[in-house]
Design a protein around this ligand. Sequence first.
Ligand SMILES: NC(=O)c1ccc[n+]([C@@H]2O[C@H](COP(=O)([O-])OP(=O)(O)OC[C@H]3O[C@@H](n4cnc5c(N)ncnc54)[C@H](OP(=O)(O)O)[C@@H]3O)[C@@H](O)[C@H]2O)c1
Length: 256
Amino acid sequence: MPTTLITGASSGIGLEFARLFAADGENVVLVARSEDKLEQLSRQLRFTHAIEATAIATDLSRPTAVDELCSELSRRSLRVDTLVNNAGFGALGKFVDLEAERQRDMLMVNVMALTGLTRQLLPGMIERGSGGILNVGSTAAYQAGPNMSVYYATKAYVLSFTEGLREELAGTGVSATLLAPGPTETGFGEDSGMGKFDFFQKAAMSAKSVAEAGYEGYRKNEDVVIPGWRNRLMVTGVGFLPRVATRKMVAKIQSA
Ligand SMILES: NC(=O)c1ccc[n+]([C@@H]2O[C@H](COP(=O)([O-])OP(=O)(O)OC[C@H]3O[C@@H](n4cnc5c(N)ncnc54)[C@H](OP(=O)(O)O)[C@@H]3O)[C@@H](O)[C@H]2O)c1
């Protein structure tokens, strides 16, 4: 049975990914900080789908987290066929006002852990000539994000990294797909502060439908999956506008 490792599997989009891969008969490795939630989900998935589900609780903002996680995978003889880099968070506010430590943690989780895990797990996939990486970015990747500058920049990194990787992987049998959700009903809205905005609440899709779109796109080996017509329209429109205009628009809607 193939094994899929999902970061940020304790809630939201990651939890829905865990359900989808498990329902397809794949074994899953669930990673996040909330040990209780991971254990509960792994019990549920084992029971419902008769698969192996392993919970590994770790804080991916720690510099040693990726190495420790990979050592734990080796210790348990777990071979990862699909890596879903989904863990991530945002914070609304001006760069100079937000806590520096929170911004560093955001870079560690959204960028460093995603890159580190990919670097460690990809060689095995290439050697086997199969498997893939599914990275969760955001529609935030397509323009600068005043009042949430670090988060938007992390997601621009995820977009560029995944597209670059995809080309490098051509002919290896290993895929790289980006899922770029727009507003989604998860803990992200409240945690980041974005949930207070009308535009966010009105446009929010369910975590299940976002994960389903990502899952299907990954299975079809698509390069970029943008779930929902509103999000696709927004990203297309942004492509036609000068970056100075889009960043001023974001500054306006993300103020207050
Ligand atoms: N919701 C949206 O509107 C939206 C839009 C675009 C993109 N996204 C992206 O979608 C991804 C999933 O977020 P979500 O919307 O599903 O939000 P969520 O429900 O808050 O889920 C975030 C997940 O990341 C995990 N996580 C956060 N910090 C972590 C850390 N330091 N170490 C390990 N795990 C950590 C959380 O688990 P623990 O708290 O248990 O550690 C949780 O499982 C993120 O990359 C986010 O940027 C979300």
